[in-house]
Design a protein around this ligand. Structure first.
Ligand SMILES: O=C(O)c1ccccc1NCC(=O)[C@H](O)[C@H](O)COP(=O)(O)O
Length: 207
């Protein structure tokens, strides 16, 4: 089975289209005002509608108010929610949508217990930990910490690039990967060539 790939932090219709054309299984729309990849409602709706069927359009939130998420859901056709902050199980479940929960790999994290805390998640995204920055750090973490028999499907993230994604998959045996900065020319500016190379390398990685 080849890995599933999500390109996160898509900011324009054109970026969404070239990611999908290159074989992305999912794209991520960031609804976090402090991110350089944050999109507004109109942009998000246009991107989501341009991706076509069978691509998982994911909305990413960081400790967002429920009312803000509801307003976005009313306008933007999202298939999956990604909670990237300190959301509790009930915060994640209240929208009755499939969701993934991001966990940042701080050194003292009890990973098994943290994964078990989200029994209704369709997956757990593991990301690098940098204090004060909830995501999109461009940094890797120790891939040896990824459990070999996790309670939930794992999405590997954090500092992945076209050059290291095959090795990351071979090391962790993860069959889903997520990237943002590693396929950019600058924050929010996805590079078609890097996106294509990332997807090719992820999908021929050694699972
Ligand atoms: O991408 C952002 O700007 C961002 C901001 C705040 C929270 C999460 C964010 N991105 C989440 C993702 O899913 C990224 O793909 C993940 O953090 C990995 O990012 P990178 O290391 O740049 O590939």
């Amino acid at each position: 089975m080849s890995a599933r790939v999500k390109i996160c932090g898509i900011t324009t219709v054109e970026q969404g289209q070239f990611a999908v054309a290159a074989g992305a299984d999912a794209i991520g729309l960031v609804f976090y005002a402090k991110s350089p990849r944050c999109v507004d409602l109109e942009q998000a709706r246009a991107i989501a509608l341009a991706c076509g069927p069978f691509v998982t359009v994911t909305g990413l939130f960081v400790n967002a108010a429920a009312s803000a998420i509801e307003s976005i859901l009313a306008k933007v056709p999202l298939h999956l929610l990604q909670f990237h902050g300190d959301e509790t199980l009930s915060d994640c479940e209240r929208f009755h949508r499939p969701y993934i929960k991001a966990l940042r790999m701080r050194p003292e994290l009890d990973l098994e217990a943290s994964i078990a805390a989200y029994p209704s998640a369709v997956g757990i995204l593991l990301d690098a930990y940098r204090p004060g920055t909830p995501g999109g750090t461009g940094e890797t973490f120790d891939w040896q910490r990824v459990p070999t028999q996790p309670l939930k499907p794992i999405v590997l993230a954090g500092g992945l690039t076209p050059d290291n994604v095959s090795q990351a998959i071979a090391t962790t045996r993860c069959n889903a990967v997520d990237v943002s900065g590693g396929v950019e020319l600058g924050p929010g500016m996805k590079d078609p060539e890097r996106v294509k190379n990332f997807i090719v390398n992820a999908k021929r990685g050694n699972l």
